[in-house]
Write a protein that binds this ligand. Sequence first.
Ligand SMILES: Cc1ncc(COP(=O)(O)O)c(C=O)c1O
Length: 397
Amino acid sequence: MDRFEPNLRIPGPTGLPPSVREAGARQMINHRGPEFAAMLGRVLAGMQPFFGTTGDIAIVTTAGTGGLEAAVVNTLSPRDRVLGVSIGAFGDRFAKIARAYGADVTKLDVEWGQAADPAVLRAELERDNGYRAVLLTHNETSTGVMNPIPELAAVIREVAPDALILVDSVSGLGAVPFEMDAWGVDVVVTGSQKAWMSAPGLAMIAASPRAWTAMETATMPRVYLDLRAHRESHAAGQTPWTPALAVLYQVDEGIRLMQADGAAAVFARHAACAAAARAGLTALDFRLFADQRFASKTVTAAYVPDDLDWKAFNGEVKRRGLVLAGGQGKLTGKIFRLGHLGSVTVEEILGAMSVLEFVSIEAGRPVTPGAAVAAAQVAALESFGVVTPATAGAGAS
Ligand SMILES: Cc1ncc(COP(=O)(O)O)c(C=O)c1O
């Protein structure tokens, strides 16, 4: 294992491109000086298109969870009524944060593996129109499901126009299109260790004009996470507290790489890797966990087969250099997850499939050598719009 780098296929932190790693090793600079101001400005401007906003973004030195906490404490007051739409472990966490700060949280729990249904959300908002905010998870990393945020946000805007829409897109933003302004979303949170190809340590939080206004009257306690302090400081080219400078160097470089590829190419690469992962795992006779209509573009979850000794299997997979993630919460031991976000390439997914094939065949599972790699390759090609012999054949018949 120490002769080569593992294929780190967990849904964040992700492997880092060489230039991002080098950026993180750079010498410190004065975080109250002009060089820092220029970098911060670049990062903020570079992020805006990925959020789909022309509004202000705050960069906070914290894990993604701190970003979710910031979304809550800046916009809400104790006893505010909040609807926590949860499709998995991270939806539960978002609701738990709001509850911990005294919000009156109603949960709308969706079966894990499913996406939230706009019709069900509509019915709930029609039944009870008194919510101050609705919490949504864009990409539920624990289940590999991506919620239809535009449709869900449209329902909220129509039925409960005054409700704030707070979105956890920690593991989605930057990997798939997001149009915060156009969709009427109020707060969006993402994290440096996901699509941004950087180490953990920074949360990026965008807020709508309505959310910035809400911050003036919201009374949940906040000091370190006060987004107004961040906005004010960012306007002066600084952060209110000492930032995770090395991570910011990395995010600056990560965005530069994303811009060099172009957002459309970044999104297409994520879609192709996701398609390859789904096809490959299916060919390996693993049953996918998520409702495939809402399959995540950044993480794929599959059931651990009942007759598979997962510990032994995964140990061998790890020995061969492939690192997968297990299940979380009530899915611990029931599913495994394969991450495909950030600097991921189709080749890395094909490599993962070849390891899984090898170990599957060794373990006596009914897998044909090459079948999973081939299925993944075809799916990736098709996702990129390349005609394969399979699609050409399908057209001719
Ligand atoms: C959807 C989602 N929300 C929140 C988080 C929490 O982020 P962190 O672990 O950085 O606190 C994660 C991390 O995996 C996530 O995937």
